[in-house]
Design a protein around this ligand. Structure first.
Ligand code: AMP
Length: 246
């Protein structure tokens, strides 16, 4: 089986986000960027399936500026076989990303596409769902466990208040949740080996897709500053404070 894994380059989850002074967006100048954490989980799951003999080929796909190649190298060092970089400086919406992945799926003909459940920068949680709809494939979103039996994927999904198990015919789209696995760190020998793995670069314009944005971001603001807390010495003090406040 062939798996396509979509990986996004985002501001590292440890970095404190700064908003640009003109409120036009998040400041990414000089900021550490990494693979979206849910996408690391997606790569890890694909690699585990390859190690188990269920999957034979893993292709990582990243859409964005030239530096996405570094993110692809990380996926290759984790165990992906090859990378596809769709190069663009444009800030694309989930529908545009889904259209590009649909186009890649038509060309690569995978049995499954793995995505993160959401990108931690836009928090959209839309791309996997839109991609499945465009391809007319089944979708298993928020996967916390995946099994393969008789040419079908059985996906345990994290839903409000519990778990749901669904069976999907292949090809299908699966989005990964936090508890699916714990991604590995790439070892030094694998980082070295990854340098020799192929990455194909395609300019977005050459795909001839309509990726026109449908939304216009009007303003991005920092959350309101929280007031400092106070540590009280007794329950009585707490009761007095509450009385004062009422
Ligand atoms: P979102 O719908 O924006 O929250 O993103 C969900 C998932 O779509 C991410 O976890 C990635 O797997 C995939 N994705 C979104 N944007 C990109 C991108 N620029 N390149 C590759 N994959 C992406």
């Amino acid at each position: 089986m062939k798996v396509l894994v979509a990986i996004k380059r985002v501001v590292d989850f440890n970095v404190k986000i700064r908003v640009r002074s003109d409120g036009s967006g998040v400041d990414t100048a000089g900021v550490k960027m990494s693979m979206n954490p849910f996408d690391e989980i997606a790569v890890e799951e694909a690699v585990r399936l390859k190690e188990a003999g269920t999957v034979s080929e893993i292709i990582a796909v990243s859409i964005g500026p030239a530096q996405c190649k570094d993110t692809l190298r990380t996926a290759l060092a984790m165990g992906a076989d090859q990378g596809i970089h769709i190069e663009t400086e444009a800030d694309l919406e989930p529908l545009a990303i889904a259209k590009i992945l649909q186009d890649t799926a038509h060309k690569e003909d995978p049995d499954m596409i793995f995505l993160g459940k959401q990108a931690i920068d836009d928090d959209a949680n839309q791309t996997a769902q839109m991609l499945a709809a465009l391809l007319n494939w089944g979708q298993g979103t928020f996967a916390s466990h995946i099994d393969f039996t008789e040419g079908a994927a059985q996906v345990v999904r994290e839903i409000d208040g519990g778990l749901e198990t669904i069976k999907l015919n292949l090809p299908c789209v699966i989005s990964t949740d936090l508890r699916l696995n714990e991604p590995r760190y790439a070892s030094l020998p694998n980082i070295m080996k990854a340098k020799k793995k192929p990455i194909q670069t395609v300019a977005l314009e050459d795909l001839g897709l309509d990726t026109t944005p449908h939304l216009n971001v009007l303003a991005v603001e920092e959350p309101a500053q929280r007031k400092a807390g106070q540590i009280l010495s007794s329950v009585q003090d707490l009761a007095d404070k509450i009385k004062e406040a009422v």
